[in-house]
Design a protein around this ligand. Structure first.
Ligand SMILES: C[S@@+](CC[C@H](N)C(=O)[O-])C[C@H]1O[C@@H](n2cnc3c(N)ncnc32)[C@H](O)[C@@H]1O
Ligand code: SF4
Length: 373
């Protein structure tokens, strides 16, 4: 469930999201939940009665929590009413730490949400300032405590490393603060300098230094070690959890060829090898829904070979690894070479899986390229 609104735009972010000033005519936050509910009903008509109950729901963005908790809950109710929610369904929403307080978190919990994911990014004020984050250093940790007090057992924090001006000590402080807040899940992303962002322009003008690959690798290793020592084990290249039950079940579907319907402007869907994506702008989306037509802009049907490539590409990023049975002869040779070079685990390969070592995770794209033949 994509919610394409943010209070302000962070200089590094190129997600399909709009501030009030950027939105223009033809779309508004106020009318959004009714449109999303229309698309949920449309999904129901397309998928038919055979569609199973929904096992996971993920509200992302943008900043979903810019919508009032009651509206988010009413969208969830519509999903439940049309499809049913499976017993123990995982229902996550992302939240910018500035967009929630203890009261709204209580309302989200009461409204059926089971998991919160807060965009912390850093706990160091000069780093937050380069990232244009509006929240103060302690706010995300405070949100974790509020979420716990309101009954959320599953709470995640997002971190970013490699921000210009961030020292090794700054990063380690952020990782330690995140751990101290007591989340059961953490995502740590290398800062990507996306074309067209304010961050990219500042780097181009020489105002900020570009991230350095080797420094990024050191930051990854430092985080992985601090997380592991605190009981957070990696389960995907950029994701750590306290145990299998705390892994994000929704994201695991993306990485294991699952089926999902993405609601909202620019949302992507995948059902049984067919993939489609919605028109990107909220006004175009609103126009399609109001006219009673599909918001889909284009679709593609993946060949078996493409699906296999994607399975190799995505499952190799997981701790559970890629089944050797997916690989061709070249890929199997590359898997043995990766073990010889210390990039994949020997024992796992003998058991029929390609599982990256820590060094292998630093070079994941290169290893994966060689596995695909
Ligand atoms: C939709 S946001 C999370 C919710 C909320 N909008 C917020 O920022 O707090 C998803 C996450 O993507 C990550 N992200 C976005 N742009 C990125 C970039 N250019 N490089 C690395 N991580 C990025 C951030 O960690 C962010 O928390
Ligand atoms: S990082 Fe989050 S708050 Fe910042 S612009 Fe992107 S989606 Fe919005």
């Amino acid at each position: 469930m994509h919610v394409p609104f943010c209070a302000t735009r962070c200089g590094y972010c190129d997600f399909n999201t709009y501030t009030a000033a950027e939105l223009g005519g033809g779309a508004s936050r106020e009318s959004y939940s009714a449109l999303a509910i229309e698309e949920i009903r449309f999904a129901r008509r397309v998928l038919g009665e055979a569609a199973p109950p929904v096992s996971t729901v993920f509200f992302g963005g943008g900043t979903p929590t810019l919508l009032p908790p009651g509206e988010l809950a009413s969208i969830l109710r519509a999903i439940e009413c049309e499809f049913g929610l499976a017993a123990g369904a995982e229902v996550t929403t992302e939240a910018n730490p500035d967009s929630v307080d203890r009261r709204t978190l209580g309302q989200l919990r009461a409204g059926g949400f089971t998991r919160m994911s807060f965009g912390m990014q850093s706990s160091v004020s000069h780093v937050l300032s380069v990232l244009d984050r509006s929240h103060t250093p302690g706010r995300a940790q405070q949100c974790v405590a509020w979420a716990r007090a309101e009954g959320f057992t599953r709470v995640s924090l997002d971190l970013i490393y490699g921000t210009p001006g961030e020292s090794t000590a700054d990063w380690e402080q952020s990782v330690r603060s995140a751990i101290e807040a007591g989340p059961d899940h953490v995502s740590a992303y290398a800062l990507i300098v996306e074309d067209g962002t304010r961050l990219a322009a500042r780097i181009r003008r020489g105002e900020l230094a570009p991230p350095d690959d080797d420094e990024m690798a050191d930051r990854y290793v430092a985080a992985d070690e601090l997380f592991a020592a605190a009981g957070l084990g990696w389960y995907e290249v950029s994701n750590w959890a306290v145990g299998d039950a705390s892994a994000c079940r929704h994201n695991l579907l993306y990485w294991t060829d699952g089926n999902w319907w993405g609601i909202g402007p620019g949302a992507h869907s995948h059902v049984g090898g067919a993939r489609w994506w919605n028109v990107r702008h909220p006004a175009a989306y609103a126009g399609r829904i109001a006219a009673g037509v599909s918001p889909g802009q284009a679709r593609e049907v993946l060949t078996d070979a493409e699906r296999r490539t994607e399975r190799i590409m995505l499952t190799t990023r997981l701790k559970s690894g890629c089944a050797v049975g997916e690989l061709g002869p070249e890929g199997r040779r590359a898997a043995s070479a990766a073990v010889a070079e210390g990039l994949a685990e020997g024992e796992a390969l003998r058991a029929g899986r390609v599982v990256l070592t820590q060094r292998g995770r630093l070079l994941a794209d290169a290893v994966i390229r060689d596995l695909i033949d």
